[in-house]
Design a protein around this ligand. Structure first.
Ligand code: SF4
Length: 237
């Protein structure tokens, strides 16, 4: 086991998808193929980070942050670049209109944390933490894909459970509001987490870390058809 071993949501999610995929990425150095959605997600996250770190928060500043963050990696052709760029512009315009009407204090953006989970270190980055006008704390996770999830999927989102745990145990916040912000639709959907749900998520993280530690990397060939490594992996038929 490597000395710098840390668990994270993306590592857990990769392992749960297929343990062998985890090995390919984190042990053998395979890179996830970049595509338009991945690049676009990074651009929007970077844009909002720069915007909220800026003292002046006008639409012009937001627009400039977007242009500075833009990159063309992973898009199929100029037409696709144009379509995504325009979609991003509309998304950010809607975001700006909603944000400028709020009376909220943005406490943190892209806030990194290291939490202790059992004997393991868990690392993560939270998109945004606000202190609302009523004094309540809110954690916000941005999503940039086109489809809005249903309430059940949001209620079961593992990543949010880890972030709620981190807010309480690392930053000392008792969160009052937990939300996913679907930027494509400019729609925020709220959820809750019970103590039991957080504890189940933490147990799953520990169990996954234990499996990684003993290098239990058996392939899950039921996932090959939808795996991004299906053309490179020896187990894919
Ligand atoms: S192709 Fe199949 S076995 Fe190989 S990493 Fe992907 S899901 Fe796992």
């Amino acid at each position: 086991m490597r000395q710098d071993f840390k668990i994270s949501y993306s590592r857990i999610s990769t392992y749960l998808f297929c343990p062998y995929k985890y090995k390919l990425i984190y042990f053998d150095g395979f890179h996830m193929p970049v595509n338009a959605d991945i690049t676009f997600g990074h651009i929007i996250h970077k844009t909002l980070e720069k915007f909220h770190r800026n003292k002046e928060q006008t639409y012009e500043v937001l627009s400039e942050c977007y242009d500075n963050a833009w990159k063309n990696d992973g898009f199929d052709d100029p037409q696709q670049i144009f379509e995504y760029y325009e979609r991003g512009r509309q998304m950010l315009l809607n975001y700006y209109k909603s944000f400028s009407s709020l009376n909220t204090e943005v406490l943190y953006v892209e806030k990194a944390f290291d939490a202790n989970i059992g004997k393991y270190k868990f690392m993560g980055i939270i998109d945004r933490i606000d202190k609302c006008s009523d004094g309540k704390y809110e954690i916000i996770d941005y999503k940039t894909h086109a489809k809005v999830w249903n309430q059940e999927k949001i209620d079961q989102d593992l990543q949010l459970s880890f972030y709620v745990y981190a807010c309480k145990n690392v930053f000392g916040f008792n969160l009052d509001k937990i939300s996913i912000y679907f930027l494509s639709e400019n729609k925020k959907i709220y959820t809750r987490r019970s103590k039991n749900e957080i504890s189940c998520a933490i147990n799953l993280a520990i169990e996954t870390a234990e499996n990684i530690e003993i290098e239990n990397f058996g392939p899950d060939i039921s996932k090959c058809k939808i795996c991004s490594f299906k053309l490179k992996c020896g187990y894919s038929s």
